[in-house]
Write a protein that binds this ligand. Structure first.
Ligand SMILES: Cc1ncc(COP(=O)(O)O)c(C=O)c1O
Length: 491
């Protein structure tokens, strides 16, 4: 029938087009190199837990051996293959380290899955806030001394959860943070979803993985920055501060009971490839990125985020593979640049913020693809001039530095009687819903927080810019549920 939506046809047509991906998955739809050539037709290896092929939920054969092999490569006490993405590792790590109703210390710029972990376990969240890099409007790193301060003031905290690198490639001082957290005899969980490639890069060229720096649980999305299928991720655990049995129980709750052998074989294939050829490939990739960065340093109006801010704003290290281009000072928005790159140059970015775009580059990017990005940016730049920032240039970053007033825990706010209001009328009310732009999926508003005029303005600005504002039941993101009784505080 003509009106039947045909996803497969659409994907195949797109695959044949000249659109180039500066987004995940990290394989960039390439089938080259030894990671791809030996990989068979997926149907031919798509089985279930038949005799001889083990069971991910009770591994004692080939899957156990494979995960133990991976653990030796990474140097962990235990490595899990995750087929539900880093999200499932994050949910498991939070559930496995904090008791129901307990307290977690987490960075406020976490991915939504961390907030979902807080909700599901009815936790109380204490927040630490990333530093803000004003000149770029992006988040910096986390300061270890702030974490120490929070741990001193809140002896009830049971685990610390941080995101490093951020979506923009900013790495915090994980070694010092781990030492600090361990002084309080607590586990440190690091969301390293965007840093799976760190484990295979050369020191000095790429940041060091949190696992090597003393973190207790490290979660990496293989699919974001390495040649691996979407949804594939790994969770590494170091024995000492983690109840291994409890964590294990939760991994089996959050993983599908029908894990895909195609995805699991893809995980092993990716790790094998990186273990055998990764260092050499990453070195080659590092050289290519250096060339890209050299060319983009010639931009006159758009600005490339470089490592010049390293050592400030909590930035301990930077992932050079994330290409962040700021439109600040050009009078144009990130959405404008994103749109031009897509429509005129057929280059698809990973995300755009209010005044920047982010390109994910990986070792699978082609020389031609990277050249197309450089040429497009130089060409767009040549048509720009210095102008006032566009109206209301405040960003998620500015929002994140305003400590919210939390009236209720996330679970309380989501379970309380509630009613719907127009977002524009919400100032002073307690939100019963999340509001975030996806990507990056970092909440602007968390359930239980009192709505501020600035957050409301930001949400309305993002909608006007055409960014994907999500999280609310109202699909048009015009109306928001707020909590009934406590719903009118501080007006
Ligand atoms: C910082 C961060 N953590 C975790 C996730 C979730 O990862 P996954 O998509 O592998 O579930 C994302 C997804 O974009 C992310 O940006």
């Amino acid at each position: 029938m003509n009106d039947t939506p045909d996803l497969l046809k659409k994907l195949m047509e797109y695959g044949k087009s000249d659109f180039y991906p500066f987004h995940m998955p990290g394989h960039k739809r390439q089938y080259k190199g030894s990671f791809g050539v030996d990989f068979p037709n997926p149907f031919s290896i798509d089985i279930t837990e038949i005799d001889g092929f083990d069971n991910l939920h009770h591994p004692e054969g080939i899957l156990k051996e494979s995960m133990e092999w991976a653990s030796r490569i990474y140097g962990s006490s235990k490595t899990y293959y995750l087929i539900n993405g880093s999200s499932c590792g994050i949910l498991s790590a939070i559930s496995g380290t904090v008791s129901r109703g307990g307290t977690i210390l987490m960075s406020r710029n976490c991915h939504k899955s961390a907030f979902h972990g807080v909700f599901l376990n009815q936790l109380r969240a204490e927040y630490i806030y990333p530093q803000i890099i004003r000149s770029f409007g992006i988040q910096g790193g986390l300061l270890p001394e702030k974490i120490e301060e929070m741990l001193m003031n809140h002896p009830e905290i049971q685990a610390v959860f941080v995101v490093s690198p951020t979506y923009d490639g900013v790495v915090s001082d994980i070694k010092t943070i781990a030492e600090t957290v361990h002084r309080f005899r607590l586990p440190l969980i690091v969301d390293e979803a965007h840093g799976a490639h760190f484990s295979f890069g050369k020191r000095g060229e790429f940041p060091v993985s949190a696992l090597e720096l003393g973190a207790d649980v490290v979660i990496q999305s293989l699919h974001k920055t390495l040649p691996s299928f979407t949804q594939t991720a790994v969770m590494h655990v170091r024995e000492g501060y983690v109840d291994m049995g409890r964590l294990d129980r939760y991994v089996h709750i959050y993983q599908s009971s029908s894990p895909s052998y195609v995805l699991m074989a893809g995980i092993q294939n990716c790790i094998r490839y990186m273990a055998e050829e990764g260092l050499e490939q990453m070195k080659f990739f590092s050289g290519r990125i250096e060339e890209v960065r050299k060319v983009l340093s010639g931009l006159k109006h758009l600005r490339l985020f470089t490592d010049q801010e390293k050592g400030r704003y909590g930035i301990y290290d930077m992932d050079p593979s994330k290409i962040i281009i700021s439109t600040k000072g050009t009078g144009k928005s990130g959405a404008w640049l994103d749109d031009r790159l897509r429509k005129e140059y057929h280059l698809e970015m990973e995300m755009c913020g209010s005044d920047y775009v982010t390109a994910i580059t990986t070792l699978n990017d082609t020389k031609e693809g990277l050249q197309r990005l450089c040429n497009a940016l130089l060409h767009i730049d040549s048509g720009l001039s210095a102008e006032e920032d566009f109206e209301g240039g405040n960003s998620l970053c500015q929002e994140l530095k305003r400590t919210p007033e939390c009236r209720l825990t996330i679970a309380q706010a989501m379970d309380e009687p509630r009613h719907r209001i127009a977002i524009s009328d919400g100032e002073g009310m307690v939100s019963a819903e999340f509001v975030y732009v996806y990507p990056p999926g970092i909440p602007i508003v968390v359930p239980g927080e009192v709505l501020k005029r600035e957050s409301i303005n930001l949400i309305m600005k993002y909608k006007k810019l055409g960014l994907a504002v999500q999280g609310m039941e109202d699909e048009d993101s015009r109306e928001l549920y707020v909590v009934n009784e406590t719903g009118s505080v501080g007006r």
